[in-house]
Design a protein around this ligand. Structure first.
Ligand code: ZN
Length: 237
């Protein structure tokens, strides 16, 4: 996925999205939750949203790993659950977020990535900060399966290719050491089960945010630049 994303990032941003960037930044103040199934291009759009809004990305997974590594009180608490093979409770994650949003770079808001995933988490988040926009990048499941299952990489240099969208050139990879590599979990069965877990988990949360009038669905089955423009327009509402 990371390499697929970087291939997408390589595309040029259109002038209209740059002008949206300029008018957004000076007055921008909000907290955003980014939704999207695996393979929807969330990473690419997240990078662009960060550039456009200046808001820092708050990834609870990264924060958790950092807190454990730094041995902070919350980190030690989290470590205990992880070592016992248990899920880290929402209260611990919320404590981490509480600390994070007090940092100076978060004074205008943050962009949440990978959190909340459930209604109780969203309710807890609501107690400590106001989410103003929830952006959902929607891509039909069959398109995601097509995107993920067709991808492969060069064992020599790691360049990512795709059966349909970006096949390896007839004379092999530019690095000269062509050997096809496919990830075992990039198969239809695994991707389908990840997608159904995602839908089960996030659908109720999407409805919950929709009822609050801050939910914006964006069609993610289009060119990357078009998706970015739609997202930035949704953030202006
Ligand atoms: Zn190569």
């Amino acid at each position: 996925m990371a390499a697929l994303r970087s291939a997408m990032v390589g595309q040029t941003v259109k002038d209209d999205s740059i002008s949206i960037t300029r008018c957004l930044q000076p007055t921008y103040m909000s907290s955003i939750v980014l939704f999207g199934p695996p393979g929807a291009g969330k990473g690419t759009q997240a990078e662009r949203m960060i550039d456009a809004t200046g808001l820092p990305q708050v990834s609870t997974g990264d924060m958790l790993r950092a807190a454990v590594k730094a041995g902070t009180p919350t980190g030690l608490e989290a470590k205990g659950f992880m070592e016992a093979g248990q899920l880290v409770p929402d209260s611990v994650i919320i404590d981490l977020i509480k600390d994070r949003i007090l940092e100076s770079d978060a004074k205008n808001g943050v962009m949440f990535d990978g959190f909340p995933r459930t209604i109780p988490q969203a309710e807890a988040l609501e107690q400590i900060t106001a989410v103003t926009h929830v952006i959902a990048i929607e891509v039909p499941d069959e398109r995601i399966v097509e995107r993920i299952c067709g991808r492969y990489s060069c064992a020599g240099c790691g360049s990512v290719y795709h059966d349909t969208f970006n096949p390896v050139p007839a004379d092999g990879c530019a690095c000269g050491h062509w050997e096809e590599k496919r990830r075992a979990d990039d198969n239809e069965e695994t991707v389908s089960s990840r997608l159904s877990a995602y839908h089960q988990q996030t659908s109720p949360l999407a409805d919950w945010y929709r009822s609050k009038g801050i939910f914006h669905a964006v069609n993610g089955d289009r060119a990357i630049d078009e998706i970015t423009v739609d997202i930035l327009n949704a953030l202006k509402v």
